[in-house]
Ligand binder design. Structure first.
Ligand SMILES: Nc1ncnc2c1ncn2[C@@H]1O[C@H](COP(=O)(O)OP(=O)(O)OP(=O)(O)O)[C@@H](O)[C@H]1O
Ligand SMILES: [Mg+2]
Length: 236
């Protein structure tokens, strides 16, 4: 059982001209087996929060803990290689690698024997609604929605216990979006992974086990469907 905890986290972006307070005293908790959603309007701080959870930077104030260990003490490169799989808002596929190689890369990190790769890649591609014929293409030859699904396929391949996904269905039509959300829910409920998904889509937010609603850098509401019935805490 893995647990990610954000404690009193604030974050500001500063340059010569201005300082932006992107997160203000945020507290949240995510654990294995949960489909967690962070919902909020554009500019509310969702990507910033996910970037900190991904260990790309440290909070300006406060702490993030994985299983009780502070990110300030952990090797965050190792954390990203072993524990986390990230679907970025802009996909971040390797442009010089084919679809097959993009998915094979995390499979390599999982130590799977090479002989099983092809079969596993086909299986994963199918689960995100992409055909086998995609495999030899490069990301630049794909539509935005297709690239997004390759990014999701790469995450499925990684077998990392924590999945961080920034608007993973933003470029998809309703049926493909539904398929991806179902897949991510399965990864949490059946495989016991912790999925943290950022969205501004209320239909996806409604399906969360744990929902954090953000506004202006703060968490203003928490809903937990796992407690008896659905409980809502307004945090203002
Ligand atoms: N690199 C940066 N430098 C300065 N300010 C930034 C930077 N990145 C984000 N911000 C600011 O921090 C705040 C939070 O941004 P963030 O990207 O986390 O929002 P978001 O909720 O992910 O929005 P969206 O839904 O549009 O992706 C915004 O006010 C934004 O303008
Ligand atoms: Mg964002």
């Amino acid at each position: 059982m893995n647990k990610l905890r954000i404690e009193n986290v604030s974050y500001r972006y500063s340059n010569h001209y201005q300082t932006t307070y992107a997160l203000r005293e945020v507290n949240a908790q995510f654990q294995s087996g949960q489909f967690c959603v962070i919902e909020g309007k554009s500019g509310s701080g969702k990507t910033t929060m996910l970037s900190l959870l991904a260990g790309l930077d440290l909070p300006t104030e406060g702490n993030i803990y994985l299983d009780g260990k502070s990110y300030r003490e952990l090797d965050r490169d190792k954390l990203r290689r072993k524990q986390l799989s990230i679907i970025f808002q802009n996909y971040n596929l390797f442009p010089m690698l084919t679809v097959q190689e993009n998915i094979a890369y995390p499979l390599g990190l999982t130590g799977r024997k090479k002989g099983n790769w092809k079969e596993r890649i086909n299986e994963i591609l199918e689960s995100v609604g992409l055909s086998e014929s995609m495999q030899k293409k490069f990301p630049g030859m794909l539509s935005g929605g297709e690239q997004q699904r390759v990014a999701i396929a790469r995450t499925i391949a990684s077998e990392a216990p924590m999945i961080l996904a920034d608007e993973p269905t933003g470029n998809l039509d309703t049926s493909n979006s539904g398929r991806i959300v179902e897949k991510l829910k399965k990864l949490s409920h059946e495989d016991g992974r912790c999925v943290i998904l950022v969205t501004h889509d209320p239909d996806i937010a409604r399906q969360a086990d744990v929902l954090y609603r953000m506004s202006d850098g703060r968490i203003v509401e928490k809903q937990n469907a796992m407690d008896s019935g659905k409980t809502t805490d307004k945090i203002v």
